[in-house]
Design a protein around this ligand. Sequence first.
Ligand SMILES: [Zn+2]
Length: 407
Amino acid sequence: MTDGFFSVRDVLAGRRGRTGVIRTPHGDIETPAFVAVGTKATVKAVLPETMKSLGAQAVLANAYHLYLQPGPAIVDEAGGLGAFMNWGGPTFTDSGGFQVLSLGSGFRKVLAMDTTRVQADDVIAAGKDRLARVDDDGVTFTSHLDGSTHRFTPEVSMQIQHQLGADIIFAFDELTTLVNTRAYQESSVQRTHEWAIRCLAEHRRLENERDDKPSQALFGVVQGAQYEDLRRQATRGLVGLRDAEGRGFDGYGIGGALEKQNLATIVGWVTDELPEDKPRHLLGISEPDDLFAAVEAGADTFDCVSPSRVARNAAIYSATGRYNITGARYKRDFTPLDPECDCYTCAHYTRAYVHHLFKAKEMLASMLSTIHNERFIIRLVDQIRAAITDGTFDELREHVLGRYYRS
Ligand SMILES: [Zn+2]
Protein backbone atom coordinates (compact mmCIF):
# COMPACT_ATOMS: atom_id res chain seq x y z
CA MET A 1 0.00 0.00 0.00
CA THR A 2 1.28 3.44 -0.90
CA ASP A 3 1.88 6.41 1.40
CA GLY A 4 -1.21 8.40 2.35
CA PHE A 5 -3.20 5.21 2.99
CA PHE A 6 -4.53 6.67 6.24
CA SER A 7 -4.65 10.09 7.80
CA VAL A 8 -6.10 11.34 11.08
CA ARG A 9 -8.43 14.36 10.97
CA ASP A 10 -9.94 15.24 14.35
CA VAL A 11 -8.97 13.94 17.77
CA LEU A 12 -11.21 13.37 20.78
CA ALA A 13 -9.71 15.74 23.35
CA GLY A 14 -7.70 13.98 26.04
CA ARG A 15 -8.53 10.51 24.71
CA ARG A 16 -7.47 8.14 21.94
CA GLY A 17 -10.57 8.41 19.74
CA ARG A 18 -10.20 10.14 16.37
CA THR A 19 -11.70 10.62 12.93
CA GLY A 20 -9.77 9.94 9.78
CA VAL A 21 -9.84 8.63 6.23
CA ILE A 22 -8.59 5.33 4.80
CA ARG A 23 -7.81 5.60 1.09
CA THR A 24 -8.18 2.38 -0.93
CA PRO A 25 -8.05 1.66 -4.67
CA HIS A 26 -11.86 1.36 -4.53
CA GLY A 27 -12.59 4.57 -2.65
CA ASP A 28 -12.21 6.26 0.71
CA ILE A 29 -13.54 5.15 4.09
CA GLU A 30 -14.39 7.94 6.52
CA THR A 31 -13.57 6.69 10.01
CA PRO A 32 -14.85 5.70 12.50
CA ALA A 33 -16.78 3.40 10.16
CA PHE A 34 -18.95 0.33 10.56
CA VAL A 35 -18.02 -2.32 7.99
CA ALA A 36 -20.96 -4.49 6.95
CA VAL A 37 -20.31 -8.23 6.96
CA GLY A 38 -20.98 -10.11 3.73
CA THR A 39 -19.76 -13.51 4.85
CA LYS A 40 -20.05 -15.32 1.51
CA ALA A 41 -19.69 -12.22 -0.70
CA THR A 42 -23.24 -11.12 0.08
CA VAL A 43 -24.78 -9.18 2.94
CA LYS A 44 -27.57 -11.69 3.41
CA ALA A 45 -30.97 -10.66 2.02
CA VAL A 46 -29.81 -7.23 0.76
CA LEU A 47 -28.61 -6.04 -2.66
CA PRO A 48 -25.13 -4.46 -2.77
CA GLU A 49 -26.81 -1.43 -4.39
CA THR A 50 -29.08 -1.17 -1.35
CA MET A 51 -26.10 -1.41 1.02
CA LYS A 52 -24.55 1.50 -0.84
CA SER A 53 -27.74 3.56 -0.69
CA LEU A 54 -28.06 3.04 3.06
CA GLY A 55 -24.58 4.43 3.59
CA ALA A 56 -22.35 1.36 3.92
CA GLN A 57 -18.78 2.42 3.15
CA ALA A 58 -17.18 -1.01 3.00
CA VAL A 59 -18.00 -4.72 3.10
CA LEU A 60 -16.07 -7.52 4.80
CA ALA A 61 -16.20 -11.11 3.52
CA ASN A 62 -14.79 -14.22 5.14
CA ALA A 63 -11.81 -15.96 3.54
CA TYR A 64 -12.75 -19.29 5.14
CA HIS A 65 -16.22 -19.38 3.59
CA LEU A 66 -15.11 -18.18 0.15
CA TYR A 67 -12.19 -20.63 0.16
CA LEU A 68 -14.61 -23.53 0.66
CA GLN A 69 -17.22 -22.10 -1.73
CA PRO A 70 -16.88 -21.10 -4.57
CA GLY A 71 -13.07 -21.17 -4.17
CA PRO A 72 -10.71 -18.19 -4.41
CA ALA A 73 -9.65 -18.91 -8.01
CA ILE A 74 -13.18 -18.18 -9.23
CA VAL A 75 -13.32 -14.88 -7.33
CA ASP A 76 -9.90 -14.01 -8.79
CA GLU A 77 -11.13 -14.77 -12.33
CA ALA A 78 -14.16 -12.54 -11.71
CA GLY A 79 -11.81 -9.63 -11.00
CA GLY A 80 -11.79 -9.88 -7.21
CA LEU A 81 -14.38 -9.81 -4.45
CA GLY A 82 -15.87 -6.39 -5.29
CA ALA A 83 -16.33 -7.13 -8.99
CA PHE A 84 -17.66 -10.64 -8.25
CA MET A 85 -20.43 -9.33 -5.95
CA ASN A 86 -21.06 -6.05 -7.82
CA TRP A 87 -19.86 -3.91 -4.92
CA GLY A 88 -17.84 -0.98 -6.23
CA GLY A 89 -16.58 0.27 -2.87
CA PRO A 90 -13.81 -0.79 -0.50
CA THR A 91 -13.66 -4.40 0.66
CA PHE A 92 -12.07 -6.33 3.52
CA THR A 93 -11.47 -10.04 4.00
CA ASP A 94 -10.56 -11.65 7.30
CA SER A 95 -7.82 -14.26 7.40
CA GLY A 96 -9.94 -17.34 8.00
CA GLY A 97 -8.35 -17.83 11.41
CA PHE A 98 -11.48 -16.86 13.33
CA GLN A 99 -13.79 -19.22 11.44
CA VAL A 100 -11.33 -22.11 11.39
CA LEU A 101 -10.84 -21.92 15.13
CA SER A 102 -14.27 -20.80 16.34
CA LEU A 103 -16.08 -23.34 14.20
CA GLY A 104 -13.35 -25.77 15.24
CA SER A 105 -14.18 -25.45 18.91
CA GLY A 106 -17.91 -25.26 18.29
CA PHE A 107 -18.16 -21.74 19.77
CA ARG A 108 -19.61 -19.03 17.57
CA LYS A 109 -19.23 -16.00 19.77
CA VAL A 110 -16.06 -15.29 21.67
CA LEU A 111 -17.06 -11.87 23.00
CA ALA A 112 -19.91 -13.22 25.08
CA MET A 113 -18.16 -16.38 26.20
CA ASP A 114 -18.79 -17.47 29.77
CA THR A 115 -15.52 -17.14 31.66
CA THR A 116 -16.72 -18.37 35.00
CA ARG A 117 -15.71 -21.92 34.17
CA VAL A 118 -12.42 -23.52 35.07
CA GLN A 119 -9.64 -22.66 32.65
CA ALA A 120 -8.66 -25.40 30.22
CA ASP A 121 -6.91 -25.58 26.86
CA ASP A 122 -8.91 -28.29 25.18
CA VAL A 123 -12.23 -26.46 25.48
CA ILE A 124 -15.01 -27.45 23.19
CA ALA A 125 -18.69 -26.60 23.12
CA ALA A 126 -21.09 -29.20 24.47
CA GLY A 127 -22.25 -31.68 21.86
CA LYS A 128 -19.67 -30.62 19.25
CA ASP A 129 -16.75 -32.53 17.73
CA ARG A 130 -13.44 -30.71 17.49
CA LEU A 131 -13.03 -29.65 13.86
CA ALA A 132 -9.64 -27.88 14.03
CA ARG A 133 -6.14 -28.70 15.31
CA VAL A 134 -3.45 -26.03 15.71
CA ASP A 135 0.30 -26.64 15.39
CA ASP A 136 3.19 -24.21 15.05
CA ASP A 137 2.99 -24.28 11.26
CA GLY A 138 -0.76 -23.80 10.80
CA VAL A 139 -4.22 -25.26 11.37
CA THR A 140 -5.74 -28.46 10.01
CA PHE A 141 -9.50 -28.37 9.97
CA THR A 142 -12.58 -30.17 8.76
CA SER A 143 -14.96 -28.40 6.40
CA HIS A 144 -18.35 -27.68 7.98
CA LEU A 145 -19.86 -28.19 4.51
CA ASP A 146 -18.76 -31.71 3.58
CA GLY A 147 -16.38 -33.02 6.26
CA SER A 148 -13.32 -32.83 3.99
CA THR A 149 -9.93 -32.03 5.55
CA HIS A 150 -8.09 -28.77 4.79
CA ARG A 151 -5.02 -26.95 6.03
CA PHE A 152 -4.46 -23.19 6.48
CA THR A 153 -1.01 -21.79 7.06
CA PRO A 154 -0.02 -18.11 7.04
CA GLU A 155 1.09 -18.53 3.41
CA VAL A 156 -2.15 -20.23 2.37
CA SER A 157 -4.22 -17.48 4.03
CA MET A 158 -2.24 -14.80 2.16
CA GLN A 159 -2.63 -16.67 -1.15
CA ILE A 160 -6.38 -16.98 -0.66
CA GLN A 161 -6.76 -13.33 0.34
CA HIS A 162 -4.71 -12.16 -2.64
CA GLN A 163 -6.94 -14.17 -4.95
CA LEU A 164 -10.05 -12.75 -3.26
CA GLY A 165 -8.48 -9.34 -3.89
CA ALA A 166 -9.99 -7.26 -1.06
CA ASP A 167 -8.49 -3.81 -0.40
CA ILE A 168 -7.75 -4.63 3.24
CA ILE A 169 -6.67 -8.10 4.33
CA PHE A 170 -5.61 -9.58 7.66
CA ALA A 171 -2.65 -11.64 8.84
CA PHE A 172 -3.43 -15.21 9.86
CA ASP A 173 -3.65 -15.44 13.63
CA GLU A 174 -4.58 -17.96 16.25
CA LEU A 175 -7.84 -17.21 18.00
CA THR A 176 -7.80 -18.34 21.61
CA THR A 177 -10.69 -18.35 24.05
CA LEU A 178 -10.96 -16.73 27.46
CA VAL A 179 -10.92 -20.15 29.08
CA ASN A 180 -7.48 -21.01 27.71
CA THR A 181 -4.77 -20.98 30.39
CA ARG A 182 -2.29 -18.13 30.73
CA ALA A 183 0.52 -20.46 29.58
CA TYR A 184 -1.41 -21.27 26.42
CA GLN A 185 -2.11 -17.58 25.73
CA GLU A 186 1.63 -16.88 25.97
CA SER A 187 2.54 -19.58 23.49
CA SER A 188 -0.33 -18.50 21.24
CA VAL A 189 0.85 -14.87 21.14
CA GLN A 190 4.30 -16.12 20.17
CA ARG A 191 2.81 -18.35 17.47
CA THR A 192 0.70 -15.51 16.08
CA HIS A 193 3.86 -13.34 15.98
CA GLU A 194 5.76 -15.99 14.01
CA TRP A 195 2.81 -16.29 11.66
CA ALA A 196 2.73 -12.49 11.22
CA ILE A 197 6.36 -12.56 10.01
CA ARG A 198 5.43 -15.23 7.46
CA CYS A 199 2.31 -13.30 6.37
CA LEU A 200 4.31 -10.12 5.72
CA ALA A 201 6.86 -12.03 3.63
CA GLU A 202 4.24 -13.92 1.62
CA HIS A 203 2.15 -10.76 1.13
CA ARG A 204 5.18 -8.95 -0.34
CA ARG A 205 6.06 -11.91 -2.57
CA LEU A 206 2.48 -12.05 -3.90
CA GLU A 207 2.34 -8.28 -4.41
CA ASN A 208 5.46 -8.47 -6.57
CA GLU A 209 4.19 -11.53 -8.43
CA ARG A 210 0.71 -10.07 -9.05
CA ASP A 211 1.81 -6.50 -9.79
CA ASP A 212 -1.03 -5.98 -12.31
CA LYS A 213 -3.59 -6.14 -9.46
CA PRO A 214 -4.75 -3.23 -7.26
CA SER A 215 -2.58 -2.96 -4.16
CA GLN A 216 -3.86 -4.51 -0.94
CA ALA A 217 -3.22 -3.31 2.61
CA LEU A 218 -2.19 -5.95 5.14
CA PHE A 219 -3.22 -5.56 8.80
CA GLY A 220 -1.42 -7.44 11.58
CA VAL A 221 -3.73 -8.88 14.24
CA VAL A 222 -3.11 -8.34 17.95
CA GLN A 223 -4.07 -11.20 20.27
CA GLY A 224 -3.31 -11.67 23.98
CA ALA A 225 -6.79 -12.17 25.45
CA GLN A 226 -7.41 -10.30 28.72
CA TYR A 227 -3.75 -9.94 29.79
CA GLU A 228 -2.30 -6.43 29.65
CA ASP A 229 1.33 -7.52 29.36
CA LEU A 230 0.53 -9.98 26.57
CA ARG A 231 -1.57 -7.47 24.62
CA ARG A 232 1.15 -4.82 24.90
CA GLN A 233 3.93 -7.29 24.06
CA ALA A 234 1.96 -8.63 21.07
CA THR A 235 1.31 -5.09 19.80
CA ARG A 236 4.92 -3.93 20.13
CA GLY A 237 6.07 -7.10 18.38
CA LEU A 238 3.81 -6.50 15.37
CA VAL A 239 4.60 -2.77 15.17
CA GLY A 240 8.32 -3.55 15.00
CA LEU A 241 8.05 -6.10 12.20
CA ARG A 242 9.53 -5.29 8.78
CA ASP A 243 9.78 -7.46 5.68
CA ALA A 244 12.89 -7.83 3.50
CA GLU A 245 12.00 -4.56 1.73
CA GLY A 246 11.76 -2.73 5.08
CA ARG A 247 7.97 -2.44 5.04
CA GLY A 248 5.68 -3.19 7.98
CA PHE A 249 1.95 -3.65 8.40
CA ASP A 250 -0.39 -1.05 6.86
CA GLY A 251 -2.75 -1.21 9.84
CA TYR A 252 -3.69 -3.38 12.78
CA GLY A 253 -6.59 -5.58 13.78
CA ILE A 254 -7.53 -6.09 17.41
CA GLY A 255 -8.78 -9.62 17.69
CA GLY A 256 -9.61 -12.46 19.94
CA ALA A 257 -11.04 -12.96 23.33
CA LEU A 258 -12.55 -9.85 24.88
CA GLU A 259 -15.01 -9.65 27.74
CA LYS A 260 -17.58 -6.94 27.15
CA GLN A 261 -16.79 -5.11 30.39
CA ASN A 262 -13.06 -5.03 29.51
CA LEU A 263 -13.46 -4.00 25.88
CA ALA A 264 -12.43 -0.36 26.27
CA THR A 265 -9.55 -1.24 28.61
CA ILE A 266 -8.11 -3.87 26.28
CA VAL A 267 -8.51 -1.73 23.15
CA GLY A 268 -6.84 1.10 25.10
CA TRP A 269 -3.77 -1.03 25.96
CA VAL A 270 -3.37 -1.91 22.29
CA THR A 271 -3.94 1.57 20.82
CA ASP A 272 -1.55 2.93 23.45
CA GLU A 273 1.21 0.90 21.76
CA LEU A 274 0.13 1.46 18.15
CA PRO A 275 1.43 4.25 15.89
CA GLU A 276 -1.06 7.13 15.40
CA ASP A 277 -0.74 7.10 11.64
CA LYS A 278 -2.04 3.56 11.01
CA PRO A 279 -5.72 2.52 11.09
CA ARG A 280 -7.03 0.09 13.72
CA HIS A 281 -9.81 -2.40 13.08
CA LEU A 282 -11.74 -4.05 15.89
CA LEU A 283 -13.03 -7.44 14.83
CA GLY A 284 -16.60 -8.33 15.67
CA ILE A 285 -18.51 -5.65 17.64
CA SER A 286 -21.77 -3.77 16.95
CA GLU A 287 -23.72 -3.16 20.17
CA PRO A 288 -24.22 0.60 20.63
CA ASP A 289 -22.37 0.76 23.98
CA ASP A 290 -19.47 -1.25 22.54
CA LEU A 291 -19.23 1.11 19.56
CA PHE A 292 -18.88 4.18 21.76
CA ALA A 293 -16.37 2.43 24.02
CA ALA A 294 -14.27 1.19 21.11
CA VAL A 295 -14.22 4.56 19.34
CA GLU A 296 -13.24 6.36 22.53
CA ALA A 297 -10.42 3.85 23.01
CA GLY A 298 -9.07 4.57 19.54
CA ALA A 299 -10.56 2.00 17.15
CA ASP A 300 -11.24 3.30 13.61
CA THR A 301 -13.27 0.54 11.95
CA PHE A 302 -15.41 -2.37 13.20
CA ASP A 303 -17.24 -5.23 11.62
CA CYS A 304 -19.98 -7.42 12.93
CA VAL A 305 -22.49 -9.82 11.46
CA SER A 306 -25.03 -9.03 14.21
CA PRO A 307 -27.20 -6.33 12.59
CA SER A 308 -28.14 -8.68 9.75
CA ARG A 309 -28.10 -11.91 11.77
CA VAL A 310 -30.46 -10.64 14.45
CA ALA A 311 -32.64 -8.96 11.78
CA ARG A 312 -33.35 -12.36 10.26
CA ASN A 313 -34.48 -13.44 13.72
CA ALA A 314 -36.92 -10.49 13.91
CA ALA A 315 -34.81 -8.45 16.37
CA ILE A 316 -35.08 -4.76 15.46
CA TYR A 317 -32.77 -1.97 16.65
CA SER A 318 -34.46 1.29 17.61
CA ALA A 319 -33.52 4.52 19.36
CA THR A 320 -35.31 3.24 22.46
CA GLY A 321 -33.74 -0.23 22.43
CA ARG A 322 -33.87 -3.57 20.63
CA TYR A 323 -37.22 -5.35 20.35
CA ASN A 324 -38.72 -8.39 18.66
CA ILE A 325 -41.14 -7.47 15.89
CA THR A 326 -43.04 -10.77 16.15
CA GLY A 327 -44.52 -9.64 19.48
CA ALA A 328 -48.34 -9.52 19.51
CA ARG A 329 -48.34 -5.82 20.35
CA TYR A 330 -47.07 -5.02 16.82
CA LYS A 331 -49.91 -6.76 14.98
CA ARG A 332 -51.83 -3.49 14.55
CA ASP A 333 -48.93 -1.05 14.93
CA PHE A 334 -48.90 1.04 11.76
CA THR A 335 -45.85 3.11 12.70
CA PRO A 336 -42.33 2.56 11.25
CA LEU A 337 -39.84 0.09 12.80
CA ASP A 338 -38.12 3.11 14.38
CA PRO A 339 -39.95 6.47 14.01
CA GLU A 340 -36.57 8.29 14.06
CA CYS A 341 -34.95 6.17 11.33
CA ASP A 342 -34.36 7.47 7.81
CA CYS A 343 -34.03 4.06 6.09
CA TYR A 344 -36.02 2.80 3.11
CA THR A 345 -37.94 0.32 5.26
CA CYS A 346 -39.00 2.95 7.78
CA ALA A 347 -39.98 5.37 5.00
CA HIS A 348 -42.32 2.89 3.30
CA TYR A 349 -43.38 0.06 5.65
CA THR A 350 -45.02 -0.42 9.04
CA ARG A 351 -44.37 -2.61 12.07
CA ALA A 352 -47.67 -4.36 11.39
CA TYR A 353 -46.55 -5.29 7.87
CA VAL A 354 -43.09 -6.53 8.92
CA HIS A 355 -44.75 -8.43 11.81
CA HIS A 356 -47.05 -10.09 9.27
CA LEU A 357 -44.14 -10.96 6.96
CA PHE A 358 -42.27 -12.72 9.79
CA LYS A 359 -45.40 -14.58 10.89
CA ALA A 360 -46.02 -15.65 7.29
CA LYS A 361 -42.33 -16.63 6.90
CA GLU A 362 -41.95 -14.38 3.85
CA MET A 363 -38.44 -13.60 2.51
CA LEU A 364 -39.23 -9.90 2.43
CA ALA A 365 -39.25 -9.95 6.25
CA SER A 366 -35.47 -10.53 6.29
CA MET A 367 -34.87 -7.99 3.54
CA LEU A 368 -36.76 -5.14 5.19
CA SER A 369 -35.46 -5.82 8.71
CA THR A 370 -31.84 -6.14 7.53
CA ILE A 371 -32.04 -2.85 5.62
CA HIS A 372 -33.25 -1.18 8.81
CA ASN A 373 -30.73 -2.72 11.22
CA GLU A 374 -27.73 -2.10 8.95
CA ARG A 375 -28.83 1.51 8.46
CA PHE A 376 -29.34 1.94 12.22
CA ILE A 377 -25.75 0.95 13.05
CA ILE A 378 -24.19 2.77 10.08
CA ARG A 379 -26.08 5.96 10.99
CA LEU A 380 -25.05 5.63 14.63
CA VAL A 381 -21.37 5.40 13.68
CA ASP A 382 -21.83 8.34 11.28
CA GLN A 383 -23.24 10.34 14.20
CA ILE A 384 -20.32 9.32 16.41
CA ARG A 385 -17.87 10.46 13.72
CA ALA A 386 -19.61 13.84 13.37
CA ALA A 387 -19.71 14.23 17.16
CA ILE A 388 -15.93 13.82 17.44
CA THR A 389 -15.50 16.60 14.87
CA ASP A 390 -18.07 18.81 16.61
CA GLY A 391 -16.76 18.16 20.11
CA THR A 392 -20.09 16.64 21.22
CA PHE A 393 -19.04 12.99 21.64
CA ASP A 394 -19.90 12.77 25.36
CA GLU A 395 -23.30 14.42 24.91
CA LEU A 396 -24.15 12.08 22.04
CA ARG A 397 -23.13 9.02 24.05
CA GLU A 398 -25.20 10.04 27.05
CA HIS A 399 -28.21 10.80 24.86
CA VAL A 400 -28.04 7.64 22.71
CA LEU A 401 -27.15 5.09 25.39
CA GLY A 402 -29.47 6.64 27.97
CA ARG A 403 -32.43 5.99 25.69
CA TYR A 404 -31.27 2.73 24.12
CA TYR A 405 -30.67 0.92 27.43
CA ARG A 406 -33.42 2.57 29.52
CA SER A 407 -35.89 -0.28 29.23
ZN1 LIG B 1 -35.28 2.11 9.53
